[in-house]
Write a new protein. Structure first.
Length: 289
């Protein structure tokens, strides 16, 4: 059986870069094993499979080359951007069903946004030295008077605030140690940031490490940008409800990305948020299962 796969770069920055995901539409006839075989052949960090849903506009199943996962931010943005570009959906509200529940999606022009949940925070002060060693850093590399913190808006990330971009660039990640800490706290991975950005007016520049999911470094992570935006708003007192997060500029090779996060704030409390961006189809290919 031949399966058409569209490679879509999500969270592109001014039309370039972004994070590629595979998108397979009309996947109703595929079994879990079929999807896993397709994802393995595509070889990207995630491939999304779109099928009919009884509870949302579409059902999305996400697969890495080795396993199924509950959610994937950049693959969600890639999928709904592609559906909009081929006129399968209109602008405005839509939704996705996943194995972990339903989420709202909103299409705004050429951008797609996905819902995330109100943030929760977990202190990790008792593991600080282990965290520092896992990144080859010291306390002097941190932003003044700020500490790493686990932030969860549907998935957990360890958010690490650095004093400047140079400190973020100079980290030496021990992926085995990051994997162990991620397992212990049920994290997707680490999200490192500083307030240095390559484009004026943006709010943070970030890097993401997720060896627990087979991702050493990723160029754009929508599910992590949401937690970072909450950290910026709640812990750094950044009084904004729309934030721009850069990622991918510090990778080798560079793949610049930008993620827009919109916060729904009531009485100074974040109730929900939407993270999204633009996407671009880069290729289409056929794989056989």
């Amino acid at each position: 059986m031949d399966i058409d796969v569209h490679v879509v770069n999500a969270f592109t920055d001014q039309g370039v870069g972004g994070n590629p995901a595979g998108v397979v539409v009309d996947a109703d006839g595929l079994t879990t094993q079929d999807k896993l075989r397709v994802a393995a052949q595509v070889g990207l960090s995630e491939t999304a499979f779109v099928s009919a849903s009884n509870s949302a506009a579409f059902k999305l199943d996400f697969f890495t080359p080795t396993r199924q996962i509950a959610h994937c931010g950049h693959a969600t943005i890639a999928t709904f951007s592609y559906l909009r570009q081929v006129k399968r959906i209109e602008e405005g509200a839509t939704s996705k069903e996943t194995i972990d529940g339903n989420r709202d999606i909103f299409i705004d022009g050429n951008m797609a946004f996905m819902e995330q949940l109100s943030p929760t925070y977990v202190d990790v002060e008792d593991r600080m030295e282990i965290i520092f060693r896992s990144l080859g850093m010291t306390e002097n590399d941190l932003m003044a008077n700020r500490r790493p913190l686990i932030v969860n808006t549907g998935n957990g990330f360890l958010v690490v605030p650095f004093k400047n971009e140079e400190a973020v660039l100079q980290v030496n990640p021990d992926f085995e140690a990051i994997h162990k800490i991620s397992e212990a706290y049920d994290l997707i991975g680490y999200y490192l940031f500083s307030d240095t950005t390559r484009v004026s007016g943006r709010d943070a520049g970030a890097r993401m490490f997720a060896p627990r999911y087979g991702i050493l470094e990723e160029s754009a992570t929508g599910m992590a940008a949401g937690p970072l935006a909450c950290f910026l708003h709640d812990r750094l007192q950044l009084n904004k409800t729309e934030l721009l997060i850069e990622q991918g500029h510090l990778m080798n090779p560079v793949s610049p990305s930008v993620i827009t996060v919109k916060l729904d704030v009531h009485n100074r409390k974040i109730r929900t948020l939407m993270a999204g961006g633009a996407a671009k189809v880069t290729q289409s290919r056929t794989v056989r299962v």
